[in-house]
Design a protein around this ligand. Structure first.
Ligand code: AHG
Ligand code: MN
Ligand code: MN
Ligand code: MN
Length: 336
C-alpha cells in the first residue's frame, strides 16, 4: 500500500513551501502567496512556449530592450505576465525585470514586503529553434515598506531570501531554494500542479563537464584560457572533460546542478564585465549553487557578495561543482 499511499500523497510546491514556512512562526503565508503567483506566471509561459510555433508566438516583437537586444514576442509576453502576476499578488513593492529599463514601484495600495528581480524569458535566442528556455527570479525583503527605494533591489546577493528558475524543456521543471536547500518540482500538466520530483538537490563535488561559449576564446583573460586548456588537455593524465553548452543559462545551470561540472561566462576584452546580469541571472543562480553545495565566483570574489550599483549591472561568473570552482579560483589567485 506504500506505493498507493505515495501516489495519492501529492507533495505540491505549495504544500512544500507551507511546510518550509512553518519553520518561521512569524510568517503569515505572504511568501506562499507570492510564490503561488510566480508559479501561475510559469504555468502561463509553459503553455505559451509549448504552442509558440503554432500560435505564431515565435519571432521578433519589433522592439529593442534596454540591453540593446531585439525583443522576441515571447520576451514581451512573459514579461507582461510576470509583472501583472507579481503586482496582483499584493505581496510585492518593487520589481526589476531584464525587459524594463527602470524598476517598477508597485502602487502603495497593492504593496507587500517582497522585492523581486527576474528574467522573464532566459535564452531568447533559443526560442525559435525549440531549445530549452526559462525564467529566473530572486526575492528580497524590503528594508522599510513605507519608504521603498532602489536600495531594496541593489542589495548584495547574500541578502536574498529565495531564488529559483523554471525551465521550459522536455518537461517543465521549477527549481527553488528558500535558504534551506534546493528542491525541484515538475509540472504535471494533467493536474496543473508542480509536484516534488527532485528533493534536496546536491551538486556533485566535482564534475566532468565544462560549459562555456568557446567562440569567445580569442578575448579571454589568462586564467580562463588556462582553465579551459586544462579541461581539454589535463596535465594530471585524467581524461579530458566534455563540453556542453546550450546557450540558455537556465538549461546549462540545470544540467550543471544535476550532473556536476562548471558553467562559465567569463569577462573578455569586448565585455569586461561579462554578459550575464547580476540581479536576475548571476545572483539567483549563485544562490542556488551555494544552497546545493556548489559555489559561484566572479574572477575576483564570491558572486553573492557583489554590491550592484545599477539595475542591469553585469558580472563574469564561474559557478558549479565546489572543487571545479576551486580550480578556477586558484588560477585567478596565482595569475592575477
Ligand atoms: P537572455 O535570453 O535572458 O537575454 O539571456 C541569454 C543569456 C543566457 O541565457 C546565456 O547563458 C547567454 O545569454 C548566452 O550568451 P552567448 O550567446 O553569448 O553565449
Ligand atoms: Mn535578453
Ligand atoms: Mn537571461
Ligand atoms: Mn531574458
Amino acid at each position: 500500500h506504500a506505493a498507493e499511499a505515495q501516489r495519492t500523497d501529492l507533495m505540491t510546491i505549495t504544500r512544500h513551501v507551507l511546510n518550509e514556512q512553518s519553520r518561521h512562526p512569524e510568517s503569515r503565508g505572504d511568501f506562499t502567496i507570492l510564490l503561488s503567483h510566480i508559479v501561475l506566471g510559469c504555468k502561463f509561459v509553459a503553455a505559451a512556449v509549448n504552442k509558440a510555433g503554432l500560435a505564431k508566438l515565435i519571432g521578433l516583437a519589433g522592439e529593442t530592450n534596454v540591453q540593446g537586444e531585439e525583443q522576441k514576442k515571447l520576451d514581451v509576453l512573459s514579461n507582461e505576465v510576470f509583472v501583472k502576476a507579481l503586482v496582483s499578488s499584493g505581496r510585492t513593492c518593487v520589481l526589476v525585470s531584464e525587459e524594463n529599463e527602470e524598476a517598477i514601484f508597485v502602487d502603495p495600495a497593492l504593496r507587500g514586503k517582497y522585492c523581486v528581480c527576474f528574467d522573464p524569458l532566459d535564452g531568447s535566442s533559443n526560442i525559435d529553434c525549440g531549445v530549452s528556455i526559462g525564467t529566473i527570479f530572486g526575492i528580497y525583503m524590503v528594508k522599510d515598506k513605507d519608504n521603498v527605494t532602489l536600495e531594496d533591489v541593489l542589495q548584495p546577493g547574500t541578502n536574498m531570501l529565495a531564488a529559483g528558475y523554471c525551465m521550459y524543456g522536455s518537461s517543465c521543471t521549477l527549481v527553488l531554494s528558500t535558504g534551506n536547500g534546493v528542491n525541484g518540482f515538475t509540472l504535471d500538466p494533467s493536474l496543473g500542479e508542480f509536484i516534488l520530483t527532485h528533493p534536496n538537490i546536491k551538486i556533485p563535488r566535482k564534475g566532468k563537464i565544462y560549459s562555456v561559449n568557446e567562440g569567445n576564446a580569442k578575448n579571454w583573460d589568462g586564467p580562463t584560457a588556462k582553465f579551459v586548456e586544462k579541461c581539454k588537455y589535463p596535465e594530471d593524465g585524467s581524461p579530458p572533460r566534455s563540453l556542453r553548452y546550450i546557450g540558455s543559462m537556465v538549461a546549462d545551470v540545470h544540467r550543471t546542478l544535476l550532473y556536476g561540472g562548471i558553467f562559465l561566462y567569463p569577462a573578455d576584452q569586448k565585455s569586461p564585465n561579462g554578459k550575464l546580469r547580476v540581479l536576475y541571472e548571476v545572483f539567483p543562480m549563485s544562490f542556488l549553487m551555494e544552497q546545493a553545495g556548489g559555489q559561484a565566483f566572479t574572477g575576483k570574489q564570491r558572486a553573492l557578495e557583489l554590491a550592484p550599483a545599477k539595475l542591469h549591472d553585469r558580472s563574469p561568473v564561474f559557478l558549479g561543482s565546489y572543487d571545479d570552482v576551486e580550480e578556477i579560483k586558484a588560477l585567478y589567485a596565482s595569475m592575477s
